[in-house]
Design a protein around this ligand. Sequence first.
Ligand code: TNX
Length: 505
Amino acid sequence: MIVPKPVMQESRPGTFVLDAGTSLAADPALSEVAAWLRGELAPVTGGELLPGPGTESGAIRLVLGELPPEAYRLSVGERVEIVAGGPAGAFYGAQTLRQLLPAAAYRKAPGGPLAVPGTYVEDAPRFAWRGCVLDVARHFLTKHEVLRFIDLMALHKLNVLHLHLTDDQGWRVEIRRYPRLTEVGAWRKESQTGWNGAMDGRPHGGYYTQDDLREVVAYAARRQITVVPEIDLPGHTQAAIAAYPELGNLDTPLEVRTTWGVGRNVLNVEDSTIAFFQNVLEEVLEIFPSPYVVLGGDECPKDQWKESPAAQRRIAELGLRDEEELQGWFMRQFGDFLAERGRRMVGWDEVLEGGPPPGAIIASWRGELGAVAAARRGHDVVNCPNTSVYFDYRQGPGEDEPVPFGTVLTLEDVYAFEPIPAELRGEPAARHVLGAQCGVWTELIDSGRRIDYMAFPRLAAFAETVWSSEDRDLPGFLRRLEEHLRRLDAIGVEYRRAEGPLPWQ
Ligand code: TNX
């Protein structure tokens, strides 16, 4: 049973057996997908699949056909044929083939006999943007943990990894021109353990070199995932200000922040600060070929600008109404900078308040009002309401739930999420909704194990909301999930059990 649910699936006669005699052939345009599949299946069959013409019985064949790029048709009988519109479709077809195998196919050891019942699948995604935000700023995740998360996203046919690389509590991307961003900004002396003010007394930190991130980008690309970097501006920047005090509004130096919640320390609006972050973006663009770059724009308190003579001078010079408009102007310095380089800015829904550049994509997180307003104003939208798809929120009401953050957001709640806001239904503006994005914010998630627990299996429910048809069938999903959890078990994902957390979680 396949997760996310495909458009159409039927049984067919025959059985395919995957073993050491299986061969694999692919159109040249699909050779990278074939190489990936070879790599995944080698430990399962105990050796590399043989090359072959692909037409004999016992063969797997990947062929290009007249289909949209992400669509595929999978036929399983004596042999397997995946017809796809392009590499993405072939990759999704191959992922589906793996799901048709017994769960043992997800172990890195031979687990035969691996029989696939005769099946025909026709499939294509509902939305083009099927994303997940991974916050590596509040708690650092090792490169290997990020790569593993990419594999888990790919298993669920998600295609955008939004990497939240910078925040008050840590700067995680090497910038060669400004080494203190990571020398100073990547480390904090301790962390708040929850919302009660207690501190853990343990230093925390880490960052990715540019080479690490190039590797992450290439690894993701091979799995049809675009890595979209976020450099959050002008709020959420205390780590950068700690490294380079001239970026801030105060005369007193700051430390990398150790507590959570919205911070008051924001960037100043000097020319030198704009130049600094344009230089930062220059390096970011070299690492990430993504057509999109997230510039943040969220949660920027205006107190320091109200008290800053320089900010007030800017407002007067530019004839702006207030600090909101000043933020709009500030964001446009970077939005235009990206546009000149052929990239598109993504901003959190707050950027609507200051007048975003026309081509900006809006990520609507404070419920769905931003999504509705942005789409009606002609902006493309990624819907990511914290009320439906924030995986830092607790998964059940129980006292033993380990991360007491936000309201309760159950697996069933996530499954019920509809990416097109009800208010936009039937309006032409609905076409601006590119898709949706779930989020793993990590203030209170301090390890890869906790990421597993918080993200799964809710991410499987989310995947159905962006990939599958809009008809929801909860009992059907829960039945399919039962089998899917065996795959996660085989991979070693420590997801949340339906009965609640395990004692150590
Ligand atoms: C709001 S999503 C934030 C994040 C927090 C998250 C916690 C967004 C644009 N801002 O900085 O981590 O809530 O749920």
